[in-house]
Ligand binder design. Sequence first.
Ligand code: PLP
Length: 408
Amino acid sequence: MLEASRLRGFLNVKFLQDIAEDAKLWSAKVKDFCEVRREMIPIARPIITEEEKARILAILESGRLAAGEEVQEFERRFAEYVGVRFAVATSSGSTALQVALEALGIGPGDQVITTPFTFVATSNAILHCGAEPVFVDVDPFTFNIDPNAIEDALRTHPRVRALLIVHLFGLPCDMESIGELVSRHELLLVEDCAQAHGAEFRGRKVGSFGHVAIFSFYPTKNLTTGEGGMVVTSDPEVARKARLLVNVGMDGENYRYEAVGYNFRMTNLAAAMGLVQLGHLEARNEARRRNAKVLTEELGDLPWLLLPQEPQGYRHVYNQYTLRVPERRDDLLRYLQAMGIGCRVYYPEVIPRTPAYQKLGFTGRFPRAERLTQEVLSIPVHPALSPEELQAVITAIRAFSPAGGRGK
Ligand SMILES: Cc1ncc(COP(=O)(O)O)c(C=O)c1O
């Protein structure tokens, strides 16, 4: 049995005490691991350099805190990065989604096809603008919306005007099939790129395929401004409407209100941070990709795990590295957490089955997405991981036995 003193420093001591009886089953590797690891390895850790601090301090000292030149520069540079004509900065990815849909004219009476396996902000935006989400199932290997399921739903839902797709965990959707559906059915396409800054499909960045797209800059994302978001488009009219909606419906600073808008503006403080982060985005995406490659090489032989896919022609930017663990996922989760390794289930429930959506009467079965909610587990892949931390994640997972007991 492990001595109590060795257990100190772990996040969930109680769990370790509960399973201490089983400790003799643990491999030597795990015991070594327990002795050397004292710090929690988080699932995400934003990298804030002296450069961000200096730029934010300069804004604080200037007193120009609200939206101004930094926001405009961030918008210009972000649009250039994605490869679109316009970008409108917002207070979050959620507000960007709402603005994007409203700027396209989506509203009451419209249906919008989307995925049930995402963060709830995606479909909430459809409801907030008065339209109706139509959920369709996902591909179990990419976790993204299944174009065949979209096609089926289009046959039975004549009021569908738009697709709201999500490039989940940093992997682009199948943009060839989706582009073909959009043209054939004359649909509007909205891309939720909240988790996919810099991801590419056949050399083209996500965010440049849709009539409009959005990004989130929440601290777990590949680029952060604390809170923040961006609407991007190459359509001047959509960009004009988005800008009005973000700024209380006002065109410029003349107190002339052209739309019933919101205050969803980004601050200069956030934009200053975003500008510095944008400069580091490519290098940090590459670091995520390198970490993912190591994880895939080191875990690839474990028969009880399915690893994330990067199909030919896709550039995955690994906002999350998400495993599928068909047996004993929850035991692996508790075991890793007890080891001080941050890991999370993204997502534990399909959106239509959450209490909020059940109250609204949503029904339907999504067998593949529902199965994923039982099997997925995201583990650290972020660019702030040290090589030792990455190795510790691998060692811990390799020492877990899915067949019962907690070690080989
Ligand atoms: C897929 C997806 N869409 C939308 C959002 C909303 O972004 P925010 O948290 O910035 O409002 C998120 C954030 O986690 C997300 O993951």
